[in-house]
Design a protein. Sequence first.
Length: 247
Amino acid sequence: MEVLAGLQSVREALRARRRSLIGLWIRTPEPRGVGDLYELAEAAGVPVEWGPDSELELGLPPGVRSQGVLLRAGRLPEQGLDAVLELPIEDAPLLVALDEVEDPQNVGAVARAAEGAGAAVLVLTRRRAPPLSPAVSRASAGAIEHLPVVRIPNLARALRLLHDRGYWRIGGEPGPEAAPYDAISDALWTGPSVLVLGGEERGLRPGVARELDQRVRIPMRGRVASLNVGAAAAVLLFDAMRRRSKR
């Protein structure tokens, strides 16, 4: 069992219904913004409890605020690579793959951008990637509750299989050898494509980078060398969404 805290994570978990939902607690007096939670809980068949406090709050990580709502739930489901390979290729799916991004806050930020841009799947590695914890849900503002997640043992091999399936493989890198993201062909983004992003310290591993069809960078004009992975994902994904909308 996991405990989701905060209005946004709880609301999206109730809306998505991808977890097993066990029970909802709402503080009394009732906090602001919880009106729709009653309807969502009733529609999902989730029992609701009220009270001035809950022992579940005692188990929350330091600094995490409940905002007066807590949801007991099971873990988010994960799928294997077959779930991606079975996507209809004629729908030109947009995928996001993370190469050993370990920080739950970063994974959540990428998931938030990916879901907002209409990505079909988030691909994570089995090693050096966090579980789909409540921390990831909070960081994603609940977006991870809706976004399917695939967990794979070997990203380089997965990219080869995706290439054979007809996907373009685009990697975000800050180096000068990468092309400016707004200069690459529309065809790379409007067809089946997978955006691959690495951790902020290591970037993409060499074996993963060798599988790419195109490397792209975000030109920077300030004194700071690069964006964090969540911000970079948002820039690249919403450029992809803009191009796809013209398709």
